[in-house]
Design a protein around this ligand. Structure first.
Ligand code: GCO
Ligand code: MN
Ligand code: MN
Length: 388
């Protein structure tokens, strides 16, 4: 057993907006006093995080004067140096200001679209200044409440044009930067375009520089859509597109809860961690979640420590799963190849097609075989609950 202490190699990161959340919700005001970006970096240093991410306006308020901006950056830089934290990812707030009430890149108003380009270019410069290598796009306002208002095809084209613009911008400035698109089905808009990671993966292939663009899937967002998060992550990984990940938790069918990682669906979290560890995912593990509104800043630290601790416990469980003789015996049995059939798979040939067509399959004997998945699943439950 390891000590479950977070280490830099785990690449655990938090956004300024996560541990910095003051607990505002649609029904109630702040329950915690705001902390400065530098104070939040010290808090993250104390709990053992590796990095901190920011939206442009988490770091620099939208109306800050140049002098205020310089002072904030100076304090933030000092906090990073004092704690050893890095900034692996940055992003743009394209949702908070009223100007974005009908979208940013997909707004019907050309002035809004141009302002969104300007704000994002400035935010990219800021992210790069602090060393970010991944730049996330989450289009929370890119959607509709009424589809009478805009063309869904124009929205796709406008999103594409914006992404192509930023790819060229990064190339033009010789930035060492990759883009990661984050899908969400709804909230704050009634419906958001490109609502799932799968939609994003298809969209990316239509861009001028698809090699620069990947995804940032989030547990809660795919659970809101009622789909299996790990399956989407696997598809992104297999396509070479898993540039970043947002870890949290969520009950399906509810508002965006941003729960502590693994606190709701421990089994789904186990399969996710097992997947990431088995394939050797090496990008940041970002906890995009919030402490309960009941907490003070000690509770925020409990929340942040809990996210990392649960990840590390599940990582140990994944190692136990891979080493468990009973589990592995079943996996070996159910994954056994048939030497007579194996040569017939793979690339098409007329010979293979004819050979496959000529086989007589004994359907009942094949389907009568029990697959032992009940036993396998219970062994997994025993293991997760600490009884193996
Ligand atoms: C949400 C999103 C955001 C984004 C963040 C980075 O549901 O509010 O997950 O937290 O991840 O804006 O772009
Ligand atoms: Mn979210
Ligand atoms: Mn997110």
């Amino acid at each position: 057993m390891t000590t479950l202490l977070p280490k830099p190699e785990h690449k655990f990161t938090f956004g300024l907006w996560t541990v910095g959340s003051v607990g505002r919700d649609p029904f109630g005001s702040a329950v915690r006093d705001p902390k400065t970006p530098a104070e939040l970096v010290y808090l993250l240093g104390e709990v053992g995080a590796y990095g901190v991410n920011f939206h442009d306006n988490d770091l620099i308020p939208i109306d800050a004067t140049p002098a205020e901006e310089e002072a904030i950056k100076k304090d933030f830089r000092k906090a990073l140096a004092d704690t050893g934290l890095v900034v692996p990812m940055a992003t743009t707030n394209l949702f908070g200001d009223p100007i974005f009430k009908d979208g940013a890149f997909t707004s019907n108003d050309p002035k809004v679209r141009a302002y969104a380009l300007q704000k994002t270019m400035r935010a990219i410069d800021l992210g790069v200044e602090f060393g970010a290598k991944v730049y996330v796009f989450w289009g929370g306002r890119e959607g509709t409440e009424t589809d009478s208002s805009k063309s869904a095809v124009d929205a796709i084209k406008r999103n594409r044009e914006a992404m192509n613009f930023f790819c060229e911008y990064a190339i033009d400035h010789q930035y060492d930067l990759k883009f990661a698109l984050e899908a969400k089905p709804n909230e704050p808009r009634g419906d958001i375009y490109n609502p799932t990671t799968g939609h994003m993966l298809a969209f990316i292939e239509t861009l001028d520089h698809p090699e620069m663009v990947g995804v940032n899937p989030e547990v809660a967002h795919e659970h809101m859509a009622g789909i299996n998060f790990m399956h989407g992550v696997a598809q992104a990984w297999e396509a070479g597109k898993l540039f970043h990940i947002d870890l949290n938790d969520q009950y399906p069918g509810r508002y965006d809860q941003d729960l502590r990682f693994g606190s709701r669906d421990i089994k789904a979290a186990f399969y996710l961690v097992k997947f990431l560890e088995d394939v050797g995912y090496d990008a940041p593990r970002h906890f995009d979640a919030h402490a309960f509104r009941t907490e003070d800043y000690e509770g925020v630290k409990d929340f942040a420590r809990g996210c990392m601790r649960t990840y590390l416990m599940l990582k140990e469980k994944a190692q136990l799963f891979n080493a468990d003789p009973d589990i592995q015996a079943i996996l070996t049995e159910i994954n056994a190849e048939d030497p007579a059939i194996a040569p017939l798979f793979g690339k098409y040939s007329a010979e293979k097609a004819n050979a496959i067509k000529a086989i007589t399959f004994d359907r009942s004997s094949i389907s009568n075989r029990g697959l032992k998945y009940e036993r396998l699943d219970q062994l997994t439950i025993d293991l997760i609950l600490g009884y193996r």
